[in-house]
Design a protein around this ligand. Structure first.
Ligand code: ATP
Length: 226
């Protein structure tokens, strides 16, 4: 059997250690995401979800515990190697799209590929394919301001997948959309993820969306449970 795509083991994280504002955020988090698996993370506000996603995404480090991607331990790597692993292996989606306003939808998906050394023709073909998969191929030339909120978020999904990551991490990916749009846009995300065989860890407050994933984990007081 292949290695899990993501393996978190014994994660602890405390902010402001030893100071009056000390917050023990993660208290022993263990998690495995297997190849092609889509895992929901449901957590009340302040439970430590973003902290865990940042550590899983190599944007932050735990006080103790390990993070492995595709069987490789990331914990002891230099900042430069962690950044390289993050760029090549992980796609991020946030609640807000964070698209570059002066570039078209297509260019927002092409640019990260050019930065990774991919030829423009290949990058454009991939961007068009991704836009087609999420149903907005006709919007390729529009800048973000000329797109609806749901369309902007679909472009952000395509951008996250542009460099063919191993793992997608999403923090409330449809959290700023109205319920009907959220439902449709989430459907587009799931089709994209399923269609590419990607592994994903998706945080949401929405139990109906969580139920559409392979497995639901709850986070409370810095620990995970089923
Ligand atoms: N850099 C920091 N310094 C100090 N405390 C922090 C820091 N980042 C987060 N915290 C605290 O850690 C706790 C968990 O924060 P985190 O952002 O991980 O929660 P969350 O579950 O993602 O919440 P939300 O859903 O509201 O975003 C909160 O009490 C927060 O105030």
């Amino acid at each position: 059997m292949s290695d899990p795509v993501l393996c978190l083991y014994g994660l602890h994280k405390t902010y402001n250690k030893g100071l009056p504002g000390e917050v023990q955020v993660l208290r022993g988090v263990d998690l495995t995401v297997n190849a092609g698996e889509v895992v929901a993370l449901v957590a009340p506000s302040g439970a430590g979800k973003s902290t865990m996603l940042h550590i899983a995404g190599l944007l932050d480090v735990p006080d103790t515990g390990t993070v492995s991607l595709a069987g490789q331990d990331m914990t002891g790597l230099s900042d430069r190697k962690r950044t390289a692993a993050r760029r090549s292996d992980i796609g991020f989606i946030y609640q807000f799209h964070h698209l570059l306003p002066e570039f078209s939808a297509l260019e927002n998906i092409v640019l990260p590929q050019l930065a990774a050394g991919i030829a423009r023709s290949t990058a454009e073909a991939r961007a068009r394919d991704l836009l087609d998969r999420v149903g907005i191929a006709a919007r390729a030339g529009h800048r973000p301001a000329a797109l609806s909120g749901g369309e902007q978020q679909r472009v952000a999904f395509c951008r996250a997948l542009a460099n063919k990551p191993r793992l997608l991490l999403a923090d409330e990916p449809t959290g700023n959309l109205d319920p009907a749009t959220s439902d449709q846009v989430f459907g587009a995300l799931m089709e994209l993820v399923r269609g590419t065989g990607l592994s994903a860890l998706i945080a949401t407050h929405n139990m109906e969306l969580a139920a559409r994933m392979d497995r639901v984990l709850r986070m409370d007081a810095g620990q995970l449970s089923i």
